[in-house]
Design a protein around this ligand. Structure first.
Ligand code: ATR
Length: 273
């Protein structure tokens, strides 16, 4: 039986096994998908189990999306451009790193029918998924991206990473960074921090002067409605949680591994409630 895994730290919260095992069963694939909490020291050995064919594929989550790259043989264009990998597999004895967070985010946003062209985006956070969100947003032709993170240097690192080659080559507007707590003008705000995972978590930002018709997006999907989304909704704005992004990135990984596009229907969506 083929074996698949999601690795990260923490990993308890991950719903990837539920989703992948459901699709494996639906598609009569003789395989199992598990989760494993890992320490950095064990990363290399585990990745080599893909080379030795003990494991057929691995999803990588926080905090290993960048670190894993040093143990891979090849990266796809998206993984290379973001220096972020969330899906690996073996092809002709090479371990290949993919990034399905980018298309996951893009598909999720398309699904909301929101038109990104020319929009000003404010991103809260600078962790594991932010490089992919930035890349997806630029591809969707937003007009500007501003980052803010409690630890400013992490936002500045991402700013420098993208403001060099990638941005100039593509003619994109440079990323801006503002202090944590500052709220510059935006059309869409994305919470990519882990604040909200606990029901009583609250962000410090003051949204009282942001104006109307904004889009509040939270990468978190459990809980379904974070205080950030609640606040956005109470102020009369459009809101969306990260559930679809999670499902779409998983579907893309499933397609890469099994060459089958899994069905995303109401049953799948309910599975994660
Ligand atoms: P990682 O940073 O290991 O990639 P992550 O879950 O992807 O993990 O990212 C966590 C994000 O939530 C970070 O941007 C983090 O900010 P710091 O870089 O300052 O740690 C942010 N975060 C976590 N707790 C926070 C809090 N209480 N207030 C504000 N931001 C917080």
């Amino acid at each position: 039986m083929k074996k698949y895994l999601v690795i990260g730290n923490p990993i308890e919260h991950s719903l990837s096994p539920q989703l992948h095992n459901y699709w494996l069963k639906k598609n009569n694939i003789n395989a199992v998908y598990d989760k494993k909490k890992l320490n950095s020291d064990d990363l290399k050995d585990l990745i080599f189990k893909v080379k030795s064919k003990e494991i057929s594929g691995i999803n990588i989550t926080v905090p290993f999306k960048k670190e894993v790259i040093s143990y891979l043989d090849k990266l796809t264009f998206d993984a290379e451009a973001t220096q972020s990998v969330n899906t690996i597999l073996l092809v002709n004895d090479n371990i290949i790193g993919h990034n399905t967070d980018i298309s996951g985010f893009k598909s999720a946003i398309k699904d909301t029918k929101y038109n990104f062209v020319g929009k000003k985006i404010l991103i809260l956070g600078a962790g594991g998924v932010v490089p992919s969100i930035i890349f997806a947003l630029y591809k969707m032709k937003v007009s500007s991206i501003t980052l803010t993170n409690r630890t400013k240097i992490k936002a500045e690192y991402l700013q420098n990473f993208y403001n060099s080659d990638t941005i100039e080559k593509n003619g994109w507007n440079k990323i801006k960074v503002v202090d944590w707590g500052e709220v510059p003008e935006f059309d869409m705000i994305i919470n990519a921090t882990s604040v909200g995972l606990n029901n009583n978590d609250n962000l410090d930002q003051d949204f009282s002067k942001i104006g109307k018709n904004k889009f509040f997006y939270d990468v978190i999907y459990n809980p379904k409605e974070t205080n950030f989304l609640k606040k956005g909704k109470d102020l009369g704005n459009k809101t969306e949680n990260g559930k679809k992004m999670f499902i779409f990135q998983a579907a893309e990984a499933f397609k890469i591994w099994h060459d089958i596009k899994p069905k995303i229907d109401d049953e799948v969506i309910k599975l994660l409630d």
